[in-house]
Design a protein around this ligand. Sequence first.
Ligand SMILES: Cc1cc2nc3c(=O)[nH]c(=O)nc-3n(C[C@H](O)[C@H](O)[C@H](O)COP(=O)(O)O)c2cc1C
Length: 354
Amino acid sequence: MTDRAAVSVGNIKLKNPLICASGEHVMDRNGIRAALNSGVAAVVAKSTNETVAAREQIKKADYLLLDENWNAIAADGPSERAATFICRSGLTPQSFEEWLAMVVEMDNEARAYDAYVIASIVLADLDAAVMMSQQIEQAGIRILELNVGTPYGDEVENGCVPTERSSDRIETIVGTVRKAIKIPLWVKITGQSEQVDQLVLAARRAGADSVVAPGRFMGMIPDLETQRPYLDTNVGVGGYWNLPLTCYWLAQIYCALEDQYLDGQAAFPLVGTNGARSGEDVLRFLLAGASAVEMASAVLSDGTQVLSEAIDRIEDYLQVNDTQASRLIGKAAKVKKFAEMPDQKEPWKQFIRQ
Ligand SMILES: Cc1cc2nc3c(=O)[nH]c(=O)nc-3n(C[C@H](O)[C@H](O)[C@H](O)COP(=O)(O)O)c2cc1C
């Protein structure tokens, strides 16, 4: 491992741009340790909040892996890059106190890996979020991720896992938590908005140190056998096909923040999530404008080895191209307008078969 892969997210130096994202795979100590062992720069622990409803919701959780033809495949089957991971999920069943003790212990262990274990709260009540954030800071945890945009806000009635789509609300929420704590505050934002860029800018105005975006979409897939939706509900969807949509938003946001970047060092860094399944995908996210990348679905479908393999691929690419990860950030973010393109000679003809 060289220093080529190192990146910065605000004041936090990461040994490489790969972060194991929050999910059931990092709900306990064993899962978090496995992720740390893979070599990632950080692990975001499974989220919590103050509500019993979100803790109970995990009892209703369900998960399914589908192949590229939308047929169900075995969870322990061979790795498929084109697999789609669908689920409905809840928050950790641990009490806040149990969860906090675990994250403190794991973030301490992470120091030996030159890594971080990040605390993650899903917003429900703002006063409660402030209190939990302060307890997290006082306990010595080094980074807080505040998720204000879970995919499931419209599917549950009790507001325990909301999907915030209002810039004003996000500014109020982030501003309030920001005033209460000093540790780095990363805000996770939904992708379920036509104005993801505006939501990110609102979080930044309110003092976030970074934004993690764009969160997953909801979907529904009919099962031809049962003629019912898979898992019988709307589901959060994850798959490699999200990558173009994520890169689009990263680039849009990167350009909106352009004056904030100097030679690959971002004054306001973005953490990309949604659709990265390999080291090559991580590099694509960086080129689009991310400073670091969070990965979950691929870990759930293929285990933590996808993380170590991804880090190897990133290292290889940086070495072959004699560059550094920080130099890739946003290199592909500036796209041309259609009118700037040269005239082409009937290029559609190559796709018309008679
Ligand atoms: C089963 C599952 C559970 C998740 N749980 C959480 C969570 O508790 N908190 C959170 O912030 N994100 C959660 N996520 C979102 C992931 O952290 C990640 O941002 C998202 O899945 C997009 O990345 P991916 O395409 O690599 O899966 C979860 C995702 C999945 C698939």
